[in-house]
Design a protein around this ligand. Structure first.
Ligand SMILES: *Cc1c(COP(=O)(O)O)cnc(C)c1O
Length: 480
């Protein structure tokens, strides 16, 4: 493809993207295909001779779209939102064109410097404590990770290195293996599975702290487990607090958990993957109170802040906790500005070497929307969640299963788990809307998450009417 064809096809592609998103409501939100649907539709090997661009484009509607789950449909209410906006998509195109690999400052200075400044902008939007900001000479700072899972893993590995070095400094005879065996990480029983995965990869034990009646981790339960473990000769070193759990958007009690971590010299990592975006609104900022106790804090602008995947924002109070744990400097990666305090080499803050110019997406989105536009987006979603909640409460056959704080509503038919599984089954086969369930204790619960950027009250009302009809059919069938 030469440049003149690229110009032509690029403009056509933007039109295709705009048409797709403009008409997305007309597409069935969840596809009809069965596993393995795609392989028979395309050749078993790559073509020896070039295909034409027209052939590829005509295959999009024939082969790809029939197997797409339309995450940006206003009838998509599953999981949590994944962000999407036009300025983010445009920035992503530019990122592709620059195509740099920003592992060090010298590898592309703008890539590193814009990221540091964007993370400060975003940190200020959230009113993060000064200690987390890079500023001109701060000890903290932000980095864009690929996902919240990666951020948790990076924090856990850094904490593991830090505690190991401290223990070895005190008792040089201790081997790393002897320490590793005893290290224990903690999170609430409502934490995301990525926390368990981080512990698995990091080779340390993880203990689930029983959450309270509001699905929150509290001081008493954490304290009790810590004391029992210390008495048994184990070494507690890492706690993950979740703000906005994936199951029901509950909040661990940071003001209780934070001081315990600080006193016990435990690294506190906060996972606010979904809820973090809401903290840019003054009325939700109190949910972040206690962040000052944390060593690291993470949330996903790629979930709820209109920055397309991937963009997971992570801050640390002490950048040396990361760079001290992950730094290796082969000669081919060294550069001549090394000694300057102004230099950030983000490869020391993350697992991979390579990294994309993701901060362009933040820069475009923050400037095109402004903080006010972003706040309006969050507020609209929270408002719609409360609208849905009040619709559910008007129908005595249903119950709300957890407090609605942000954009997620957990609800169910009063009755057995089997009944609710059957309802979800009917919703799934009708394919008019897309939802996923969760377990809250022993209850099977339906999750209704406000997701699409373009979802309006009318969509929510239609979705609720649809759920009610399916419930009526189900209850009638049960009686017969
Ligand atoms: C979505 C979610 C995650 C996982 O996010 P990734 O960026 O996909 O790794 C982790 N924790 C919580 C609380 C989440 O809601």
């Amino acid at each position: 493809m030469n440049v003149s064809e690229f110009r032509k096809r690029g403009k056509e592609m933007v039109d295709y993207m705009a048409n797709y998103l403009e008409g997305i409501e007309g597409r069935q939100v969840y596809p009809d295909v069965e596993p393995g649907y795609l392989r028979p539709l395309i050749p078993p090997t790559a073509p020896q001779e070039p295909d034409t661009y027209e052939d590829i484009i005509s295959d999009i509607e024939k082969i790809i779209m029939p197997g797409v789950t339309h995450w940006h449909s206003p009838y998509f209410f599953a999981y949590f939102p994944t962000a999407s906006s036009y300025p983010a998509m445009l920035a992503d195109m530019l990122c592709g064109a620059i195509g740099c690999i920003g592992f060090s400052w010298a590898a592309s200075p703008a890539c590193t410097e814009l990221e540091t400044v964007m993370m400060d902008w975003l940190g200020k939007m959230l009113e993060l404590p000064e200690a987390f900001l890079a500023g001109k000479s701060g000890e903290g700072g932000g980095v864009i990770q690929g996902s919240a899972s990666e951020a948790t893993l990076v924090a856990l590995l850094a904490a593991r290195t830090k505690v190991t070095r401290q223990l070895q400094a005190d008792s040089p005879e201790l081997t790393q293996a002897a320490i590793m065996e005893k290290l224990v990480a903690y999170s609430s029983d409502q934490a995301h599975s990525s926390v368990e995965r981080a512990a698995l990869i990091g080779g340390v034990k993880l203990k689930a702290i029983p959450s309270d009646g509001n699905f929150a981790m509290r001081a008493s339960a954490l304290q009790e487990t810590l004391e029992r473990d210390k008495a048994a000769g184990l070494i507690p070193f890492f706690v993950v607090a979740t703000l906005g759990t994936t199951t029901c958007c509950s909040f661990d009690n940071l003001l209780e958990v934070g001081p315990i971590c600080n006193k016990g010299n435990l690294w506190l990592h906060i996972d606010a993957a979904y809820a973090g975006s809401a903290f840019i609104c003054p009325e939700f900022r109190h949910l972040l109170n206690g962040v000052e106790f944390a060593d690291s804090f993470n949330f996903n602008p790629h979930k709820w802040l209109l920055v397309n995947f991937d963009c997971s924002a992570m801050w640390v109070k002490k950048r040396t906790d990361l760079t001290g744990a992950f730094k290796l400097d082969p000669l081919y990666l060294k550069h001549s500005h090394e000694s300057s305090g102004l230099i950030t080499d983000y490869r020391h803050w993350q697992l991979p070497l390579g990294r994309r110019f993701r901060s362009l997406k933040m820069w475009f989105v923050f400037r095109i929307y402004g903080v006010k536009g972003l706040q309006a987006h969050i507020r609209k979603h929270v408002r719609l969640a409360h609208e849905f909640e009040s619709l559910v409460l008007q129908d005595p056959r249903f119950e709300i299963c957890a407090e609605v704080i942000l954009g997620l509503v957990c609800f169910r038919l009063k009755g057995s788990n089997k009944l609710n599984e059957a309802l979800l089954q009917r919703i799934g086969s009708a394919k008019k809307i897309h939802l996923v369930p969760c377990h809250l204790r022993d209850k099977f619960v339906l999750r209704f998450a406000i997701c699409s950027r373009t979802v309006e009250l009318a969509h929510v009302q239609l979705a609720w009417e649809h759920i009610r009809e399916l419930a009526s059919d189900l209850l009638r069938a049960e009686k017969e």
